[in-house]
Design a protein around this ligand. Structure first.
Ligand code: GDP
Ligand code: MG
Length: 163
């Protein structure tokens, strides 16, 4: 079976945009678990001959989960359970938020590699905005732009090294 890479982060950081960049048209159909809708959020990614399954955890719908924070936590916990490596995504435009810290708290407990991706680094000027995220404690942040397709190769390279 392919290794599993989960993309985790608060809403609106660009998880689905980057997920679509990574999988292209390699969307996979999976069956939903009782109480959890996971349809349309699995795909296949490839980097230098290594293929892996990708999960956009933001698309996971959990029955009865209406509060955002509870939902983010559940998604992060599911990712820790299922994934071999986790891409923790944050947003350079918005900067660090309390929800990012919440996600980090959960990921500290993961006995899995975590790669920190700072999305929305659309131009060189914004590259400086990645540094504040060092304080999350997941090592070197990788600046990417899902919208413009910048840094996706660097991210996949870092992920592939951890698989
Ligand atoms: P998700 O909630 O984490 O899945 O985030 P989405 O992929 O739905 O993106 C949220 C918003 O951010 C959308 O309006 C996207 O167009 C925008 N977005 C995603 N990636 C980028 C990026 O690299 N740069 C910029 N400027 N906007 C982005
Ligand atoms: Mg999404």
């Amino acid at each position: 079976a392919r290794p599993i890479v989960a993309i985790v982060g608060r809403p609106n950081v660009g998880k689905s945009t980057v997920f679509n960049r990574i999988i292209g048209d390699r969307l996979a159909i999976v069956e939903d678990k009782p109480g959890i809708t996971r349809d349309r959020i699995y795909g296949v990614g490839e980097w230098m001959g290594t293929s892996f399954s990708v999960i956009d955890t933001g698309g996971i719908e959990i029955d009865g989960q209406d509060q955002m924070l509870r939902s983010i936590r559940m998604q992060a916990e599911l990712a820790i359970e299922e994934a071999d490596a986790i891409v923790f995504m944050v947003d350079a435009k918005a900067g660090m938020t309390g929800s990012d810290t919440e996600v980090a708290q959960i990921l500290y407990r993961a006995q899995k590699p975590v790669i920190l991706a700072v999305n929305k680094v659309d131009n060189l000027k914004r590259q400086d905005d990645i540094y504040e995220f060092y304080s999350l404690g997941f090592g070197d942040p990788i600046g990417i732009s899902g919208a413009h397709g910048i840094g996706i190769g660097d991210l996949l390279e870092a992920v592939a090294q951890k698989l």
